[in-house]
Design a binder for this molecule. Structure first.
Ligand SMILES: [Zn+2]
Length: 261
């Protein structure tokens, strides 16, 4: 049986390289069709895993992704996009505008509107950022400190979410192993059975009751891993405005994606 392994490996190798070649050709084929005329925000992707042609809104970069299964023809993908041109335009039009971390921009942080104030000074050795009342004061030697501001907000989110999660875990008589923050697109929080909780750092831009609700939700999963009536009862005990917070997240959650783009 062992002898067969070599030729098998060879066939797989040649199949691999011709597959790469094919994918290369297909990638080029997408440029033969004027996808960009349908919408300049349309992003064409050939996916080896996708089973069906699909259009997906990506609030993070303000694009609509056209996912083409490996086996589908580019022509049929173009026709599919063309047929859905109005749908694509509508989705792009209703997408909230991205908000960059620029000087003078007002962003909600921990339930309060704060103005970003950037003080540029080339002689400074490093960037320092402080949150002071209604301002985020940035002293920097960088011409574009936006990535530093983002880092600062991620750290702040981690600190606040961790403290809140531990507080609620204590109320629920549970312990948390660790709290992480991530840049997730589809989930605001997750909880594993071994007591690890993670949150989207973008919750820092949500009103306090919404952030409180998401934390209560994940901590309540330490008690019940399902979404049973018992789970919701714990949720309610852990967050006194959880209905309001839940509603806000459902209605406005996607808006949190536009900050710092
Ligand atoms: Zn849940």
């Amino acid at each position: 049986m062992k002898k067969a392994s070599k030729p098998l490996l060879n066939t797989r190798l040649s199949a691999q390289s011709s597959k790469d070649l094919l994918e290369d050709r297909r990638e080029k084929a997408t440029t033969r069709y004027p996808f960009h005329e349908i919408s300049e925000h349309l992003d064409v992707k050939i996916s080896p895993r996708a089973k069906r042609m699909a259009l997906r809104v990506d609030a993070k970069d303000g694009s609509v992704k056209l996912v083409i299964p490996k086996r589908a023809s580019i022509r049929s993908a173009y026709e599919f996009a063309l047929k859905n041109a109005y749908w694509i335009k509508d989705r792009v039009a209703e997408m909230p505008e991205a908000i960059a971390f620029d000087h003078g921009t007002v962003i909600p942080v921990l339930g309060k509107n704060r103005k970003i104030s950037i003080d540029y000074n080339s002689t400074l050795k490093r960037t320092s950022i402080i949150l002071k009342n209604n301002e985020i004061i940035v002293s920097t030697n960088k011409e574009d400190p936006s990535s530093r501001i983002k880092r600062f907000l991620i750290d702040l989110a981690k600190k606040e979410l961790t403290a809140l999660a531990h507080l609620k875990a204590e109320m629920a008589d549970r312990t948390i192993d660790r709290v992480d923050v991530k840049d997730t697109t589809s989930r605001w929080g997750s909880c594993s059975h071994d007591g690890r909780i993670s949150f989207s750092w973008r919750l820092i831009f949500a009103p306090m009751e919404a952030m409180d609700y998401v934390v209560a939700h994940e901590v309540a999963h330490l008690v019940h891993l399902d979404h049973s009536p018992n789970f919701w009862r714990v949720c309610e005990q852990l967050s006194n405005q959880y209905h309001k917070g839940h509603r806000w997240m459902k209605k406005n959650g996607a808006q949190l994606m536009r900050y710092g783009a």
